[in-house]
Design a protein around this ligand. Structure first.
Ligand SMILES: [Zn+2]
Length: 296
């Protein structure tokens, strides 16, 4: 079984955890490290002969178009991570719409290919922002990977399906949804899809839980990482809370060797590839999100 390997291409100063400490207007003042860090991931993926999906932030694509072309040229799938990394449920729907359309077009112009996939900043498609799915459909996206069916302070949609499915919104509009991976641990759903969880949990635990998740859903899991997570020397953000520092800085040094081990322990491919395989097997169910909205 080939699982989905994904990278959210953004820089260390753009993460939601540091949003209270860094103004969007100040982003250009922070030294960019996303190029070298993404290239380090590209090198590892080439060594391991694996392809993945890179969800690229429009803000980064605008400043580093050559990097995005390099990723595409290496045979990876390019998808969108939005434009400015604002939480969807904190944005006005019309601003979200403008940014979503603009980021898709920007990336498509850079790589000369259609962009089909979308991932929201910090998985912020939640019960408060289900309207975003309709916007994604209208903007021409074919799949989304923004829903985390767990409890978390910043994101999460407990009750949403765990498997890849067709998400149905109002007016029978549809988009494929690849929810972020969680697994049952002592009676509750534990997020195990990557990022901070991958750095904080011991590696043997992640491996065990990812195996468990794939058995539970009888489908490939989806794994994510950020370029800044393999960069122990990144500048530290002054004034960040203890929780944010813990989530962002724990085990940065261990991340690259762990990732290398993960790529040895599991087989990976792009999101589009996994969706195509599941669709061909006829295993995709449909979930009507208007029923979830109605229950809230
Ligand atoms: Zn992000």
């Amino acid at each position: 079984m080939k699982h989905a390997l994904t990278v959210d291409v953004e820089d260390y100063f753009q993460v939601s955890a540091f949003a209270p400490n860094i103004n969007f207007q100040d982003w250009p003042n922070w030294p960019l490290r996303v190029e070298r860090n993404t290239q380090a991931l590209l090198e590892l993926f080439e060594q391991k002969n694996v392809k993945g999906t890179f969800f690229v932030l429009g803000w980064v694509a605008e400043r580093c178009p050559e990097l995005i072309r390099e990723v595409a040229k290496a045979g990876h799938e390019i998808a969108s991570h939005g434009m400015t990394h604002q939480l969807v449920y904190s944005q006005k729907p019309e601003v979200f719409r403008e940014e979503t359309i603009a980021s898709k077009k920007l990336i498509e112009d850079i790589i000369g290919q259609q962009v089909k996939g979308y991932r929201a900043a910090s998985y912020s498609v939640t019960p408060k922002s289900l309207w975003a799915l309709e916007t994604l459909i209208d903007a021409g996206f074919e799949y989304d990977s923004s829903i985390f069916p767990v409890h978390h302070d910043r994101y999460g949609m407990p009750g949403a399906p765990l498997t890849i499915h067709t998400a149905q919104t109002v007016d029978q509009k549809q988009i494929t949804e690849f929810p972020l991976t969680s697994a049952n641990f002592m009676g509750r759903r534990l997020p195990v899809a990557g990022g901070g969880y991958f750095r904080i949990y011991p590696y043997f635990f992640t491996r065990m839980m990812l195996k468990r998740a794939a058995v539970e859903i009888n489908q490939p899991f989806i794994f994510y990482l950020h370029p800044w997570e393999v960069d122990p020397d990144q500048p530290r953000i002054p004034g960040a809370s203890a929780l944010s520092r813990f989530r962002h800085y724990t085990n940065l040094k261990r991340c690259m060797p762990r990732l290398s081990q993960l790529l040895d322990d599991f087989e990976f491919t792009t999101v589009q590839d996994v969706i195509d395989t599941q669709r061909a097997q006829g295993t995709l169910t449909t979930f009507d999100y208007t029923t979830l909205e109605a229950r809230l």
